[in-house]
Structure formats: structure tokens, C-alpha cells
Design a binder for this molecule. Sequence first.
Ligand code: GLV
Ligand code: GLV
Length: 329
Amino acid sequence: ARPRVWVSQPLFADIVGRLREHFDVDDTAQVTQHGSAAIAAALAGSDGALVTLNDPIGAAEVAGAGRLRAIANVGVGYNNLDVPALSRAGIVVTNTPDVLTETTADFGFALMMAAARRITEGERWLREGQWRQWSFETLLGGDLHGSTLAILGMGRIGQGIARRAAGFDMRVLYHNRSRLPEGIERDCRAQYVDFDSLLVQADHLVLVLPYSPQVHHLVNAAALAKMKPTATLTNVARGGLVDEDALADALSAGRLAAAGLDVFEGEPAVNPRLLALRNVVLTPHIASASLATRRAMVSLAVDNLIAALGFGPDAGRPPTPVNAGQLKR
Ligand code: GLV
Ligand code: GLV
């Protein structure tokens, strides 16, 4: 019999259709928040799965999935997957880096600008009919040019944002688990500093680091207290990096000027305190959502799944594996 794969969410049908050359495909017609039992049931009869950040999968979900050999995540972040547990079960995990780097960097920059220059706040104010007469002191924001951009997490996306900052004459500081090679620092015109210095010196702090429990609420009340009251915070990584109540406290007390958030701890629910604030730009996890990039992500995930299950030109060598070194043989 042909191998069977589960596709957890509706993705571009013309691209996902390539799976049918090799596999029987069990697809999902509507966006679904699958519970743990539903995921376990879908995986139980599958050899592979194409999943998204909506689908949490760990030991419990794969316990009854004796045939499962590969999970291709459509997304660069894979904190929805318990990779150590999946590796112990011998399951290949892949993600979609690179193809979304520039699109996500574009959006991070846009979100930072919207927060600093109060673009969505101004639009809301105008639509509400509050613009009765032009005034000199309406909606004064902070500048990007000449300011200090602080990037937390200097992977591919962080580097993309740093390269954009050169065009805005920004000084770029970064902090990362490890310092980057000098050549990359020079390319990005970015200077390494420790986490505290990053917070203290930031005019605009942008979060682009992968989420793991070790960095849960890395930006908490103590971290926010170190930032300038004129600074902005932008998050295009994962909501769990930020203590949202502490952020709401800082924004409402004027201890931070503004925030741009594309990701939230309880997505799709958004902390009501953030919803009530004017000085925060809120977008629904769309940083990688250009049509071309979302299609490229699905295409890469499909290539990964085909290869991981031993078919196609890269049979046995998926292009972007996550756990190649950790798999139990
Ligand atoms: C989206 O958040 C991704 O990780 O690709
Ligand atoms: C993700 O691709 C990153 O390295 O920032």
C-alpha cells in the first residue's frame, strides 16, 4: 500500500497536491483547532504529517503512531513540536527556514515603524471622526532614522532587519546566545552587546529569537524597567517571550512609548489589557504572510515530507531537517 500522510490544515491545494504522486493524502477541509485526541487519531494511521503552529505534537500524540516517520512543520518556529520526544520516537522533524526570512524582516520593520510613528493609532483616530482640525502636536511619535535599533536574536531574520536598518541610518545593536562571526557583524553593521545593555540603549527593540521554555517571559517587568520610556518594543517571534501583563503595565504607565505585536501568548486570544491600549499595534501572526512566501513555505514543507519518507530526488535527505543529529536509529 502507498504510505499515508495527514495534512492538518487547509494549505495551498495545488502545492499539497504534489503529495498525491507518492502518498494517500488525508487532508483537512477547514482550519481546525485539533485537540490532542484528534491529532493522535490522525497520526495513528499515518506515515507522515504536514502540520502548522496550530498543531501541538509531543509524546502523547505519537504514542499510538507506530508507522509515523516524519513531521514537516510549515513554519520556521517549531515550538509546537516536542522535538526531543519526537526524536526518541525516531520521527524526522523538518521546518521551513530561509524562504520566509526577507518577508518576515520586511514585516518586522513595518511593525516597528507603525508603532514608532503611531500609524495605526492615527488611522483609528481619523476613522473615529476625531480629526476636526489639523494641529501641530497631534500624534507625535519617535524617529527611526538616527536612532538605535536593538535586535534580540540575530538569526537570519534578525540579520535581515539589521540590513534594512542601514537604509534608515540606524545604529544597530544585537544580543544573541552566541556572538556572530566578524564578517556577518560587518555586513549587518551590527554591534554585539549583553542583554542588559541592549535593553538600556534600545530606542527600538525587536524580538526575533526562537521560543523555548528557557526564554519564557524573557521580556518581563524587570527587563522592561531597564528600557527608555521613549522606546518601542516589536515582537515577530513568539508571544511567550513577553510577559504581556508587565508590557501592558509599562505601556499604560508611560514607561514604554509603544509596542508592535504580531504574536501573542494565548493566540488567537489577545490579552484584553493590550486590546484596550492605543499605543500598541496588533496584527494576527502574519509576519510571513505574503502570498509568494506562504506558497514557498508550503512547497518546502512538501519537499521535506516527500524526501523524509524516502521519495523524490532528495529521498532520505530532506532539505531542512530540524533533528537530523538527534534521531534514534
Ligand atoms: C511562523 O510564526 C513561523 O514560525 O514560521
Ligand atoms: C529564523 O529563520 C531565524 O534564524 O531568525
